[in-house]
Ligand binder design. Structure first.
Ligand code: 6MZ
Length: 342
């Protein structure tokens, strides 16, 4: 049977070749499995102790214990640079043409938060230098961790994002364990980020009983939302009216048990309502599903044909955080060098 005659091979090829935009991927959650194994070995960590290699997470809290293992393996700036470089390689080989990768700055061995951001950008730049003209365009979003950061930490992250805008930082994300922390703690930092011209995306409604928080998030009106699995009817109405694009991560939601089946995923609802739906991976290293596979899943579950899938990928462009005007010329020498490699 030829490649084109075999429907599953044709589907696999189509979703691989489709020019895709990835707008919701956490750097450490996107770690290549072989890299995680080798870093774990070099730290004398047995990865199977957290069951990371024996099965995929089956709850959100299990996914968070996997992040703890990853963070205990990724401990140096060169590890961070390596992951950023490899994420570029992996996304490009999956047919991703543009990606906004997010990461939570962490102080690590011999390095400040600023060094962390530089390490990620160095990894992106090194990827760009080796990839030639065909590669993925990479941008960075800095994450505030709602479970671990204070209001003052969040302000520091906004400062960092501002300092590195010319080198490719485009926005701020609020993420972390959704059962911990309060959105309102971070509101002043998010408001300041907005006033400084940074775009903002918020993880929202990832767990049940978060309606009050969702209302406050809708009042804030971010540039994008992530997940929105649990939203009351009233907030759903507001969400649709707001026209805020939503980053949707089907496999992540399915494995985390937030959604019962692909067919029941709220993608169907939002797509039918005309909301910009940004199909994303969340954590391809943790949930094991590259973006091409997420598109295949959506096409199968919602009977989308190739043209509709193409439209879906194309509409994601409306939600990117790239600045609409020139980033400006007030760059330091170092920033100009960083910028010139991508
Ligand atoms: C909320 C998540 C997440 O930042 O160290 N993260 N936050 N919900 C999710 N759904 C599954 N997936 C990942 O990448 C890992 C960090 O991203 C956030 C968590 O804070 C996690 O520790 P970085 O690169």
């Amino acid at each position: 049977m030829s490649m084109e005659a075999d429907p599953s091979a044709r589907r696999a090829r189509f979703v691989r070749d489709l020019p895709k935009l990835e707008l919701h991927a956490h750097l450490n959650g996107s770690i290549r499995r072989s890299t995680l194994l080798s870093l774990a070995a070099s730290h004398g960590i047995d990865p199977s102790s957290a069951q990371i290699l024996t099965r995929w997470p089956s709850t959100l809290s299990e996914a968070f214990s996997v992040f703890t293992v990853i963070h205990s393996c990724v401990t140096t700036l060169s590890d961070v640079e390596r992951i950023a470089f490899e994420v570029g390689e992996d996304m490009a080989s999956d047919g991703v043409v543009y990606a906004e990768i997010r990461s939570t700055p962490r102080a690590m061995e011999g390095g400040s938060l600023d060094d962390y951001v530089r390490a990620v950008l160095r990894g992106f730049g090194r990827y760009r230098l080796t990839s030639g003209v065909e590669g993925v365009v990479l941008r960075l979003i800095l994450s505030i961790d709602r479970a671990k950061h204070t209001a003052a930490d969040a302000q520091d992250i906004v400062d960092l994002a501002t300092a590195h805008r010319l080198a490719g930082v485009v926005g701020i994300d609020l993420s972390g364990d959704p059962t911990k922390g309060e959105f309102l703690t971070f509101l002043p930092a998010l408001q300041r980020a907005r006033s400084l011209g940074l775009k903002i995306t918020l993880h929202a409604g990832e767990v049940a009983n978060t309606d009050t928080e969702m209302s406050a998030m809708l009042d804030f009106h971010p540039d994008r939302f992530g997940h929105c699995c649990f939203v009351s009817d009233d907030n759903l109405k507001r969400l649709t009216q707001s026209r805020v694009p939503i980053e949707l991560c089907l496999t992540s939601n399915l494995l985390s048990n937030s959604v019962g089946s692909a067919e029941e995923h709220h993608f169907g609802l939002h797509h039918a309502n005309g909301t910009v739906c940004c199909i994303s991976t969340d954590d391809s290293g943790v949930f094991g599903s590259p973006l091409s596979n997420e598109f295949a899943l959506v096409m199968d579950a919602f009977a989308l044909d190739e043209r509709q899938a193409f439209e879906l990928a194309k509409r994601t462009l409306e939600a990117v955080f790239l600045p609409t005007s020139d980033p400006g010329t007030e760059a330091t020498e170092e920033e100009r060098r960083d910028w010139s490699v991508r």
